[in-house]
Design a protein around this ligand. Sequence first.
Ligand SMILES: Cc1cc2nc3c(=O)[nH]c(=O)nc-3n(C[C@H](O)[C@H](O)[C@H](O)COP(=O)(O)O)c2cc1C
Length: 441
Amino acid sequence: MTNTHAILGLMLGSGYGTLPEAWRAPGVNPDNYADIEANIRYAQTAERGGFSFLFVPDFPGVRGDVEHTGVPSVMEPITALTAIAQATSRIGFVATGSTTFQEPFNTARQFKALDVMGHGRAGWNAVTTSDPTVAANYGQGVADRSERYQRAHETIQIVQALWGSWEQDAWVKDAATGQYLDPAKLRPVNLQGQYVASRGPLPIPPSEQGQPVVFSAGGPSPHMLELAGRYASGFIAEVWTIEEGRAQREMVREAARAAGRDPDEIKYFTGLMTTVAPTVRKGLDRRIALSGDVRESRIPHLGAMLGLRLDPARFDEPPTAAELAAAHASPLDPRSSVALAVAREGWSVRDILAHGVIDYHPTVVGPPERHADHLQEWLEAGAADGFWIMPDIYEDGLPAFVDQVVPLLHERGVYPQDYVGSTLRENLGVPHQYGLDPRLG
Ligand SMILES: Cc1cc2nc3c(=O)[nH]c(=O)nc-3n(C[C@H](O)[C@H](O)[C@H](O)COP(=O)(O)O)c2cc1C
């Protein structure tokens, strides 16, 4: 089962880009992290490109190399998206919210309010938060997986029940009779789990799409697949090859089937990191200029991926013919086959790294056609229903994608000319839902 039209999302982070030092790129204002106008500008550009949603990851805490690379996430997803909602009209917004550290009533309230204010464009990426730095900010450690997932099942069910607790025709608004609301249609949920509970009801009316769309993000562990299969309408994935994408997408679809749902109700998104440039050489130079990605300290990692001992003194030379003949893709790292293919094109070790072969997602560097080829190949191979796009530097890399890659996708007939509808559900092609899914029992 493959799709003929791709759905695009944009990963929205701190306001700079996914290259580690994008904040200091030419033309980028280092103030962007604290300036919502930057993210509003990117959301509007993505909307111009017909993107269905913004995906806002969230790891609330200080992680990674903040001294040099900055903070990778927005300051706070819900407040940021509330501002963005006011400055856009079609693009949806999928914010990350923890099922481990947030009370379901808070989550239900914030996301439904965002959905109503944005006229049916909100989604909730429900994550089980396994990061110890984040856990510590809530005064806790990381609980074991079974406990976190049990809490996640309970939380999502309570959130969805609260979303449905204001029935769709509860709001009477009859000034003549003086009846504002039918109290029989604003009902408590009275749910008590092992970890979380709520009485309800939640005093927020339905949005144009009923309620927010639930997403999952992660790998294909049995716990994750069961959770996504039951509740998610979107799955944000991390895979490097078409084969991996096809296999994982099928696992996600099977999980939906096992939960009694139609597998087409869950859309599978793989990541793509982009550097749009007139030539591959110019794209590599753009990435090397920021250096963060291309460091000598990464040579041993690349060597391990290729089964070689690469000499740091030969950073600017390609691996020798003898080395390439001996090279093989390490089975321990799924990115290795991509790294080997790039190495065999004859690039220097520095340039191989600049291709993003050790990045978190597949990376395309170079002309717009290369980007369109990647998206089309993955789509037509059944390896994705859509993609979450991560530009190297938002300020110019996102407009380059929208103005140069999107028209190619249109020409090739693999991307809709315009938004399908006005809500996130319509643009994703997932069914209406209000309250709990009655099929889940
Ligand atoms: C593409 C992708 C995006 C993710 N985004 C987030 C995120 O924004 N916040 C978060 O806490 N975890 C995020 N995660 C982590 C997963 O939700 C999950 O917690 C992690 O894979 C650990 O799995 P576990 O909870 O099954 O142990 C992401 C994972 C992937 C693969």
